[in-house]
Structures are given as C-alpha cells and as structure tokens.
Ligand binder design. Structure first.
Ligand code: SAM
Length: 257
C-alpha cells in the first residue's frame, strides 16, 4: 500500500465528505467560526479580504469562507482533492481560484500576497522533519501581506501524547451503516505515528472496508510556535476549542511589519 501524503488524499478524495456526519453543515459551521476569528484579527474587517487556503482538500473551509464573503484562493498537494473541490465550489455557486501546490513551495508556485493564509485540519503535522516545518513556515510567511493574519489548525498533540492515545473513537453515521475510525501506530519515541484510516460502509447489504494510511508528526504547540517565531511571525497566539468554538486548537500569527 502506498503511504505518501498525495496517495492518501488522492485515494480519499471521492469519499472525504463521508468522514463528517453532514459535510454541508461542517462547511457552514466552520465557515462561520473561522470567519469570526479571522475578522477579529484584521485591522479592517470590513474590506474585501483575500485568503489563501493552502491545504484546502475537497474545500471544507475554502467553500465555507467564500460563502462568508472572503475572496478565496485554494491550493492543495493532492490533485484529486483539488479536482473534487473545484466541482464542489461550482455546485455551491462560489467563485474560488484553485491550484495544486505544496505548501513548502508556495513562494515559487503561487502568485500574489494575501490578507489571510490558512491551513486547517492537521495538514502541517504531515511534515515530519524540522527542516520541512521551517521550509513551510517560510513559504507561508512569503504569501502574507503586511497586515496579514496566519491561521493554522491541528490536533491537540500536547494531550494526545500525554494519553498515548491509540486511535479515534469510531464515529457511527447513517443509522449504523457507516463507521469511520483511525488506529494509530506510534513510533517508539512517540514523535511520529502511522494513521490507519478505516471507513466501513454497508452498501447493498454488504460491508465494504476502505483502509488507507499515512504518517504524521505529533507536533507540540510550543514547537510550532518556535518555528513560526524563528521565520519572523509575531503575535503568536493559541486559541483552544472552548474559546474559539472550533474543534481543534488554532494558532494565529502576524507578519512582522
Ligand atoms: C486532513 S486534510 C484537511 C483538508 C481540508 N482542510 C478539510 O478540512 O477538509 C489535510 C490536507 O492537507 C493536504 N496537505 C498535506 N500536506 C500538504 C503539503 N505539503 N502541501 C499542501 N497540502 C498538503 C492534504 O492533501 C489534505 O488535503
């Protein structure tokens, strides 16, 4: 089985919405919650705001934020996810400019600078080495305008490592006919783990199991803050779920003027 990040998300692109109880509702909830936080961070929240979602996947946040009035450019390393996101944006009737890009090479691959640069839902922890983290952070920085705000969201690894969590609790949808869960195989040092992602569905009376896997780094909040600070970000601030209303910790930061 291929384990690369691109293969993982290309394989999941057609089914990605099935990870959610109701993807349309997730688009609208996340759009509202992120929009509120972003506007609270902008010097002029009423102007038209340009936003780069650099790990858009099939478009959960990109579509939600376009629906909330942001001018969105959305990129991702997975061509299949971007293809699907384009179709979904069309179906939602929102204009989004799409591209395939690795967030480690945005400076070279994506033109322009943005008021907001976003990477949501644990994309950054796909980077396993410090070198890649610094490279990505420098590329994110290069895409921000001077008043710009960065937002990154990821799992709460500070807690997950403490608990040595071995996976996720199964989510049971569609009256028990769809079950989604992950099993995590940790490296001995608890710095990286392989996610085994399972989706089981009853289709025409038969149970079908889809299994894909990829590797993550259990990135601590302090580690990410240090990387952001080292490449020039300032006002680095963590927003935890009870405060933000978002389901993962979010870090916001600004470009030093
Ligand atoms: C868990 S998914 C989240 C997708 C989307 N933000 C959402 O919440 O529906 C993580 C996304 O990060 C993308 N990704 C991972 N590494 C990347 C990289 N180096 N550059 C750009 N995108 C990347 C994956 O292809 C995937 O679409």
């Amino acid at each position: 089985m291929k384990e690369s990040v691109i293969a993982f998300y290309d394989d999941l692109a057609d089914d990605y919405h099935l990870i959610f109880h109701d993807w349309n509702r997730a688009i609208s909830n996340q759009g509202e919650v992120l929009s509120r936080l972003i506007r609270s961070k902008l010097a002029d929240p009423h102007k038209e705001v340009t936003l780069l979602d650099c790990s858009c996947g099939i478009g959960t946040q990109a579509i939600g934020l376009a629906n909330n009035g942001f001018r969105v450019t959305a990129t991702d390393i997975s061509p299949a996810a971007v293809d699907r996101a384009k179709k979904e944006a069309e179906a939602f009737g929102v204009a989004i400019h799409f591209g395939v890009a690795d967030f480690r090479s945005l400076e070279k691959d994506i033109s322009g600078e943005f008021d907001v640069v976003l990477s949501a839902d644990n994309a950054i922890p796909h980077l396993l080495t410090d070198e890649d983290l610094y490279l990505a952070a420098r590329n994110l920085y290069s895409k921000m305008n001077n008043e710009g705000v960065l937002l990154l969201t990821m799992r709460n690894y500070d807690e997950l490592v403490k608990d040595k969590q071995s996976g996720t609790v199964p989510s049971v949808f569609n009256e028990g006919r769809r079950i989604v869960f992950q099993v995590w195989d940790w490296a001995e040092d608890f710095v990286t783990y392989t996610t085994n992602h399972f989706m089981m569905q009853e289709i025409n009376g038969e149970w079908i199991t889809k299994h894909v896997k990829t590797k993550y780094r259990a990135l601590m909040r302090d580690e990410l803050s240090q990387v952001l600070s080292a490449v020039g970000f300032v006002d680095i601030e963590w927003h935890m779920p009870p405060e933000s209303g978002y389901y993962q910790p979010i870090v916001t930061a600004r470009k030093k003027r």
